[in-house]
Design a protein around this ligand. Structure first.
Ligand code: SF4
Length: 333
């Protein structure tokens, strides 16, 4: 571990003596000394805009890839997962609010992109996920780390809310191998309740798919927020891009400022039935039950999961069904 330097941020400009951050749709206009809505990008005079979290992590673990959740990408493997502080949304039901609400420079030691790669190799892993807080507001570090990881043949995963502007997204997306994108609502009203905007997340999903990144989408079913008509539109939009994009409908539990009881399971099943009218792969999450992926040709159970563990996999090394030989939509290498 080494001493942390101040990291100049990317994607900003001066407007008179203020700074406009252009990384995400908030486009914060910051006076000297101010920090953006994400809590971790700071107008530091005379340097300019700086990232306060560069090379600093607050959480690091080795997780099953199913926990991200990714169900159709390297099932049964483990992934180095790390995150820091800060987020550019303000969801009242945030499941990770201790990290998301972080303001300023986190304490702790520094980690360099090379050290992330070395840690991954030491654990004999083949992928790193940027997760726990919102990785978009850790942009510069992820860009550096992704380049280092890719140069060593290590894959890069993001678990993200997709609230990013088009130009920074275009630079980042080619470095991402797989992503789970939270699509929290399907209306501008819905996103405004969470402190964000709908279109940037839709744009980011399209950008990632356009770069042949493996994308799965998560929708947290929050009582009092998610409603059926809007959910139908969400499903229809995903299907219009690609019916094969997996959709995870996950169960909400009371957290942070939202105290409604956990999502009713019958309601989750009803939403899943709606999604299955248009999408090939629909999963229920946070239910602690078995989830199966069936071969689309012969119906054989090709992946069986219990919580985050894969308990059976009936695919060959190319991802073909062991019973009928049909190529599946599960990426195994
Ligand atoms: S990344 Fe942070 S500082 Fe920049 S516009 Fe978004 S919320 Fe504001």
């Amino acid at each position: 571990m080494t001493t942390r330097p101040v990291r100049p941020a990317l994607w900003w400009r001066y407007e008179a003596d203020k700074i406009r951050c252009l990384l995400c749709p908030h486009a914060c206009l910051l006076e000297t000394g101010n920090v953006g809505l994400c809590g971790v990008r700071h107008h530091k005079s005379p340097t300019g805009l700086v990232s306060l979290t560069d090379r600093t992590f607050l959480s690091l673990a080795v997780d099953p890839v199913e926990k991200k959740p990714l169900y159709h990408w390297r099932p049964g493997t483990r992934i180095l997962s790390l995150g820091t502080g800060g987020c550019n949304l303000s969801c009242p039901f945030c499941q990770n609010h201790e990290l998301a609400l972080w303001r300023g420079s986190p304490p702790g030691e520094e980690i360099t992109p090379e050290q992330v790669a070395e840690e991954t190799e030491k654990e004999k892993l083949r992928a790193v996920a940027f997760t726990y807080n919102e990785p978009i507001v850790w942009y510069e570090f992820i860009l550096d780390a992704a380049r280092e990881l890719r140069s060593r043949g290590i894959a890069v995963v993001m678990v993200t809310n997709g609230q990013i502007s088009l130009a920074p997204a275009a630079l980042l997306a080619p470095l991402i191998d797989a992503a789970n994108v939270d699509l929290k609502a399907f209306s501008e009203d819905g996103y405004q309740r969470l402190g964000g905007h709908l279109k940037p997340t839709l744009d980011f999903i399209e950008t990632l798919l356009g770069q042949h990144c493996h994308v799965e989408v998560t929708h947290l079913l929050v009582p009092g927020l998610s409603e059926e008509g809007e959910f139908r539109q969400l499903v229809h939009w995903i299907a219009s891009l690609d019916r094969a994009v997996p959709l995870h409908i996950t169960r909400y539990f009371p957290r942070h400022l939202w105290h409604a009881p956990p999502t009713d399971i019958e309601r989750m099943k009803r939403f899943a039935a709606i999604a299955k009218e248009e999408l090939q792969r629909v999963y229920l999450g946070n239910l602690q039950k078995q989830e199966k992926t069936r071969c689309l040709h012969c119906g054989h159970d090709i992946v069986v999961r219990e919580e985050y563990n894969v308990v059976a996999m009936e695919l060959d090394t190319l991802g073909k069904c062991l019973r009928c030989g049909t190529q599946s939509d599960v990426i195994v290498v």
